[in-house]
Design a protein around this ligand. Structure first.
Ligand code: SF4
Length: 366
């Protein structure tokens, strides 16, 4: 069903989601980081205001049985990425670098069409949206004692392109995510149902652990690089506090010594800026990690976000999201016990064949 309607009009999506609920599915929504600092604009609030608990309360009032935090998928993504990158560094595999991020669907589509020669360098780890979908489906199935196919996952995303990810399947045949609603579509649904954003507070399901600062910061430019470097620092026993990568520049560089490795990274938003970095690479600059986000200031400037879009709104959302990330008690998935607990509950090891089935791309990578 979801295949046929993934790009359909919102009304068809709302009807399909209601039909799943009426059919006895356990309904789960996941909330992308950028949505919590932008949905309020549709209800007269300021851009950048962190309304996480209000967003969760609204989703519960719309009939979702559980709400999970997409940043958990970002935390797992980084948990896996750190091991992949350290392993490549240890074996001196220069051909593995630079690694490009996989979390932006706009970038992956652009890469596949315009730069197919780079496609092998895009991280094999699935996007946080897909990883959170898979992790939540499997953990909830275990804890609730229901089969995975009885769980319906709806991504609440700042991005209409994320609807393409509802086509991706795990080797089991299950989808990572069944439906996607953009920020604008969620607001339209709530208004049609007569719900206000500020009506109720809610909390993410206690059946999954809390996400970390690193997971939340993914939604603003530079966030993936900061999450990766601070997680690498944790893994190597160094202080993660010294690494911040917070500017709003369209192209942002950092070279940092970490243990015995000197790491060179760059973040970009707007694929037109990619050419500058590709030119540097052609002239011999060696990067270890390249973050490419299609939209201005990262996902906070996504195409599913409230309109009209302005530079001031993008900036306010990015700064609001970074502040929300900094309020998280656990800063890094390597430091806390929550993400390790997900692997324990599922009975799998990071990087194992089972982890690859659940948390890596198993299909088209677009
Ligand atoms: S940067 Fe834009 S295109 Fe890329 S995932 Fe975020 S919202 Fe979507």
């Amino acid at each position: 069903m979801a295949d046929e309607i993934y790009l359909n009009k919102p009304d068809a999506l709302f009807a399909a989601i209601k039909k799943e609920k009426n059919g006895g599915k356990v309904m789960v929504a996941q909330l992308a980081p950028a949505v919590r600092v932008s949905l309020g604009e549709e209800f007269g609030r300021a851009p950048g205001e962190d309304l996480t608990s209000k967003c969760v309360g609204l989703l519960r009032s719309l009939g979702f049985d559980h709400v999970v935090d997409t940043p958990l998928g970002a935390d797992i993504n980084i948990y896996e990425e750190v091991d992949e990158i350290l392993s490549a560094l240890e074996r001196g595999d220069d051909d593995y670098f630079p690694v490009f991020n996989s979390c932006c669907i706009g970038w992956r589509l652009y890469c596949k069409n315009k730069h197919p020669e780079l496609y092998r360098l895009v991280s094999p780890i699935a996007s946080p949206h897909m990883v959170a979908g898979s992790a939540a489906k499997h953990i909830l199935a275990k804890k609730l004692g229901v089969p995975v196919p009885r769980i319906c996952m709806v991504g609440i995303m700042p991005c209409v392109l994320k609807k393409y990810e509802t086509q991706e399947r795990m080797p089991s045949g299950e989808k990572y995510v069944d439906y996607v609603l953009s920020t604008q579509e969620l607001a339209a649904w709530a208004k049609a149902e007569g719900k206000g954003l500020m009506d109720a507070d809610g909390a993410f399901t206690p059946l999954l652990p809390d996400s970390t600062k690193n997971g939340v910061i993914f939604g603003a430019t530079g966030g993936i690089v900061e999450a990766l470097l601070t997680s690498l620092a944790c893994k190597l026993g160094e202080s993660p506090q010294k690494i911040r990568f917070r500017g709003d520049e369209q192209v942002k560089h950092l070279c940092v010594q970490m243990g015995k490795y000197k790491l060179n990274v760059v973040s970009i938003y707007g694929v037109s800026n990619l050419d500058k970095v590709l030119g540097e690479i052609r002239h011999g600059v060696k990067y270890h990690f390249v973050e490419v986000m299609n939209c201005p200031y990262g996902c906070v400037g996504g195409p599913g976000q409230p309109l009209p879009a302005t530079e001031e709104k993008y900036r306010a959302r990015a700064h609001g999201l970074r502040a929300a990330a900094d309020r998280k008690p656990v800063k890094c998935p390597i430091a806390g016990k929550g993400i390790a607990g997900i692997y324990d509950t599922l009975g799998i090891e990071p990087g194992s064949g089972e982890a690859r089935k659940l948390f890596y791309f198993n299909g088209t990578k677009i």
